[in-house]
Ligand binder design. Structure first.
Ligand SMILES: Cc1cc2nc3c(=O)[nH]c(=O)nc-3n(C[C@H](O)[C@H](O)[C@H](O)COP(=O)(O)OP(=O)(O)OC[C@H]3O[C@@H](n4cnc5c(N)ncnc54)[C@H](O)[C@@H]3O)c2cc1C
Length: 375
């Protein structure tokens, strides 16, 4: 019986697990995750402004594994030996025949200890809960969002919605190192989002960096210190710690370069945010749709490899993307067409309802969305 191991129970890992658990395959599948639950990340910013209960964004991994009849080990993988085909956790090690690395990405603090100590990340449901608790305490006057990518822009807009609903006036600032926010996106989208942020009173400080961080204090590019400041840290992500030591080709974020079959080597595949896949001279962005499809394709190729069949190339289908803004003036491109305003917001939530796992989670999410209608 071939042993297939999967590291990470996010979108990619669970998609692979589902495919590998198919009847009659006769595989021994083991899934590792450092947490007991899987987070639905696309709605984290909405936990701040729209009042979505983070509880509806998680699902129990052990329960899914029982349904799929596969093993679950709730442990952090600390290293992998690709030569001897071993996965190591702190107290044991396991030999695999095939491995899928699907450990996603985590907040990158860029070795900034003060940020690690005092800033608020937004990369899992616990982070969202901590931000909400801090907001309820009402001890901050300035809200500095470090990073003007998707998550930073979404987080800032949700802070605006939170304060609008609470009837409070607070200063919200996005700090972005680059000359503009939303770096690689088309110009029309950047302008649309920028105008939108301006209409919400959110200030964007481009070409700026966070220079000093203390508890409740932040200094941005030679400006006076912001006192009573809450710092939300979303300037970028990096891959899991164990990947740093893997002797394979990686990009600067630590994403593993995979071939057209999603292979790292003949016995190891990689999927989701951890995989760096080149498509038509472009690298795929980190997104749910690619994570799910890559997880599935990696599993299909493992099955084909075991059966002695030729592997299938991964052919990504890009349905598009939306930058959801909490004032309902979202923007994006779907099936190659521009989408703006309420339509774009609606499409984003439809995607989330469709992708969210668990009927009770979906019901809870829909109830939350109806109870907190946007504007
Ligand atoms: C705030 C936010 C908003 C987003 N919005 C969108 C959006 O609107 N649309 C979209 O398409 N994408 C969005 N994304 C990106 C999307 O969520 C990711 O691309 C997707 O989650 C990647 O799936 P994954 O399976 O690779 O990783 P993840 O979903 O991150 O899962 C990785 C799993 O691996 C586990 N793990 C990590 N390290 C280890 C280890 N050493 N040992 C054991 N387990 C480990 C983690 O606990 C986790 O469960 C957003 C992301 C964030 C953070």
């Amino acid at each position: 019986m071939k042993k297939v191991m999967i590291i990470g129970a996010g979108f990619a890992g669970l998609s692979a697990a589902r495919r590998l658990s198919g009847r009659g395959l006769g595989l021994k599948v083991t899934l590792f995750d450092k947490k007991g639950y899987s987070d639905f990340l696309p709605l984290l910013p909405d936990c701040i402004g729209r009042g979505i209960n983070p509880q509806f964004l998680i699902c129990d991994i052990a329960k899914i594994c029982r349904q799929l009849k596969i093993n679950f080990i709730k442990e952090e993988v600390v290293s992998v030996d690709l030569e001897s085909k071993h996965v190591f956790i702190s107290s044991a090690n396991y030999v695999y025949d095939y491995l899928i690395i699907a450990s996603g990405s985590q907040t990158n603090f860029f070795s900034n200890q003060a940020a690690q100590n005092y800033a608020y990340a937004l990369n899992n449901t616990n982070d969202a809960k901590k931000i909400n608790e801090a907001l309820v305490s009402n001890k901050f006057e300035h809200f500095i969002v470090c990073g003007g990518g998707y998550t930073g822009v979404e987080a800032a807009a949700n802070l605006w919605l939170y304060f609008k609903k609470a009837g409070l006036e607070k200063k919200i600032i996005i700090v972005e190192r680059a000359p503009s926010i939303l770096g690689p996106l088309p110009d029309w989208m950047k302008i649309y989002a920028q105008d939108n942020l301006k209409s919400m009173g959110i200030e964007v400080l481009a070409n700026s960096v966070i220079e000093e961080i203390e508890e409740d204090k932040v200094r941005v590019s030679a400006r006076p210190v912001f006192e009573k400041a809450m710092l939300i840290w979303v300037p970028g992500v990096r891959t899991a710690d164990f990947i740093q030591n893997l002797p394979v080709e990686k990009n600067p974020q630590g994403r593993i370069v995979v071939d057209e079959y999603l292979r790292v080597n003949p016995r190891c595949f990689c999927a989701g945010d951890t995989a760096f896949f080149e498509d038509k001279n472009n690298f795929l962005r980190m997104a749910v749709q690619f994570a799910i499809n890559e997880g599935n394709q990696a599993a299909v190729n493992i099955i084909r490899s075991i059966k002695g069949l030729a592997l299938e190339k991964f052919r990504p289908l890009d349905l598009g993307y939306i930058i959801p803004l909490a004032n309902n003036k979202s923007c994006g491109e779907v099936f190659g067409f521009k989408a703006k305003g309420r339509l774009a917001t609606g499409l984003h939530f439809m995607m989330c309802i469709f992708r969210l796992r668990g009927l009770s989670n979906r019901r809870g999410l829909i109830r939350n969305l109806l109870r907190h209608p946007a504007l």
